[in-house]
Design a protein around this ligand. Structure first.
Ligand SMILES: *Cc1c(COP(=O)(O)O)cnc(C)c1O
Length: 390
């Protein structure tokens, strides 16, 4: 049976016409400040490897040693025979590092979010999310069967109104810690206060804050001085600052036991390879013991922001490694991305449906593997292009 009545071609043509068609671009290098593609070298400003750990010699060594000993595949889901000593050790270290009783690993952040929200709320319950939350959180809320509502970005009054209207006994507030396409942070003290006043549980996805924010790198809670009790459901991923792959939730022993028994994407997914867990343990040790990467990244952020603002580009209100330059039209964002690529810079354009219509942007990300000279090179290139865009 052919797929012709699914209208795939029509929908693809429409995407093309809207300048929203997307395609993977293959590259040949390790993650780092440079990227090699089709034999050409680019300065890379699109990676989420914020601390430059994805290609760190010790992380690679931990991975290879564990692969040598334990092989590649984990063999099954955690609850069957896939839960290795390396997974167990990583969970215990994450619980301790985030100041919570226990932690549970998920094979990706996407399934962690869908899994947790679906396990905690369902029909008759209420889940309310920031409009700009990551797609996996929104998908989790939508698929849960709970009554689902989205509040205006960081608008605590709107959130309070929506919570007050709900008569459900189980209410869940869900927010990104750092918003992935804007780079700004959730208003944590206010969220904590509302969750207590309205007796709603609070879940924070700290994919872009874990490892980067806070004195020890423990993330958004540490940055704002919020306690583990104030953020009872803490989620973060390994694919960003830790430079590996996978995700975790940390919280009370009871919460983690509950997820082990009720989070279907946990129960029915193959465990991440033990060597990934071993590499992640090494990353965690590096980020906890070597503060300089966070401090240095902050310096780069300030240097970049100052330069871009002086040139008159529209930056977003972000103090994190995500520094988007707002352009508006899809075509404008694409053209600037293309012009930078011609000059040897890799900076991806972000377009709808990932961001709202009229808010296409270049999502510049800075990492501890960049040098100050790398930042200055990008600033110089932007200066030569600004006349056409600002
Ligand atoms: C990247 C990301 C995820 C998804 O994590 P993966 O491990 O890549 O599936 C979830 N939430 C946020 C905010 C993210 O940025």
């Amino acid at each position: 049976m052919s797929l012709s009545h699914f209208n795939l071609a029509t929908q693809l043509a429409e995407r093309q016409q809207q300048q929203r068609f997307r395609q993977c671009k293959t590259h040949d290098s390790a993650q780092g400040s440079h990227l090699i593609r089709e034999g050409r070298d680019y300065l890379n400003f699109s990676s989420n490897d914020y601390l430059g750990l994805a290609n760190h010699p010790l992380v690679k060594q931990a991975f290879m040693k564990a692969a040598e000993k334990y092989g590649v595949g984990s063999g099954s889901a955690h609850l069957v025979c896939g839960h290795h000593r390396e997974h167990q050790a990583l969970e215990e270290e994450l619980a301790a590092f985030t100041g919570r009783e226990a932690a549970i690993l998920f094979s990706t952040g996407y399934i962690a979010n869908v899994g947790v929200i679906n396990a905690l709320v369902g029909r008759g319950d209420f889940v309310v999310e920031d409009r700009l939350n990551h797609a996996s959180l929104l998908d989790g809320g939508l698929s849960s069967g709970a009554s689902f509502s989205r509040y205006h970005h960081n608008d605590i009054a709107d959130l309070t109104r929506r919570l007050a209207k709900s008569s459900s006994t189980k209410k869940l507030i869900v927010s990104d810690g750092v918003f992935s396409m804007d780079g700004d942070m959730a208003l944590m003290p206010e969220l904590v206060q509302v969750s207590q006043q309205q007796q709603a549980a609070l879940m924070i996805d700290d994919a872009h804050g874990f490892g980067v924010l806070g004195k020890t790198g423990a993330g958004i809670g540490e940055h704002f001085g919020c306690s583990a009790e104030e953020i009872p459901i803490y989620m973060a991923t390994f694919g960003k600052a830790l430079g590996t792959f996978g995700a975790f939730i940390s919280g009370s022993r009871e919460l983690i036991d509950y997820l082990t028994n009720f989070a279907r994407p946990y129960i029915y997914t193959t465990a991440m390879p033990p060597a990934i867990a071993a590499a992640t343990r090494q990353s965690l040790t590096l980020l906890a013991t070597e503060h300089w990467r966070r401090d240095y990244l902050q310096q780069l952020i300030q240097r970049f922001r100052q330069g871009v603002i002086e040139q008159g580009w529209q930056l977003m209100a972000s103090q994190t490694a995500i520094q988007p330059i707002l352009l508006g039209e899809e075509s404008k964002a694409l053209a600037l991305s293309q012009a930078l690529a011609e000059r040897g810079f890799w900076v991806t354009a972000i377009r709808p449906p990932t961001v709202p219509v009229g808010q296409s942007r270049l999502r510049v990300t800075l990492t501890a593997s960049h040098s100050e000279a790398d930042i200055d090179c990008l600033l110089k290139a932007l200066a030569t292009l600004r006349a056409d865009y600002v």
